[in-house]
Design a protein around this ligand. Structure first.
Ligand code: NI
Length: 137
């Protein structure tokens, strides 16, 4: 009896999409406003989902307070109100697209959550654009 449980969190962050192998012209052509050299911000909505069996004693798959605390302590502390390119170590050599941010967040959380739970990360960069890792099939 597998059940998925999700926690929604929020962070604001700045980034610049940029491939250092390319000229400024090519970066602007490919990434548009997202390649603005002076950075720009997004209001990210992060949805972390765990899939597992409800515990027979609590009826919970996972304590949502504990999940929220994990996300805060290991993701939001590093990402919220930060410049993802400059203030975090994760995007020194990795373009901070929503795709790559989702994968980074998944990797951070994966090592802190019991492997018996399946872990999924959904990240909204805007109300209309969002990504999911691992990919929904
Ligand atoms: Ni952007």
């Amino acid at each position: 009896m597998l059940v998925s449980v999700s926690r929604k969190e929020h962070f604001n962050a700045a980034h610049r999409l940029y491939n250092k192998e390319w000229t400024d012209e090519k970066n602007t052509a490919v990434f548009g406003k997202c390649s603005n050299p002076n950075y720009h911000g997004h209001n990210y909505e992060l949805i972390v989902t765990l899939v597992g069996e409800p515990d027979p004693q609590t009826g919970y798959v996972f304590d949502m307070k504990e999940l929220s605390d994990l996300v805060r302590a290991h993701v939001l502390v590093h990402f919220d109100h930060k410049n993802l390119n400059l203030d975090t170590p994760y995007f020194r050599d990795l373009n901070p697209t929503a795709e790559n941010i989702a994968v980074v967040i998944w990797r951070i959380l994966r090592q802190r959550i019991d492997p018996k739970f399946e872990l999924k990360v959904k990240l909204y960069e805007t109300e209309r654009n969002f990504v999911e890792y691992p990919a929904a099939r």
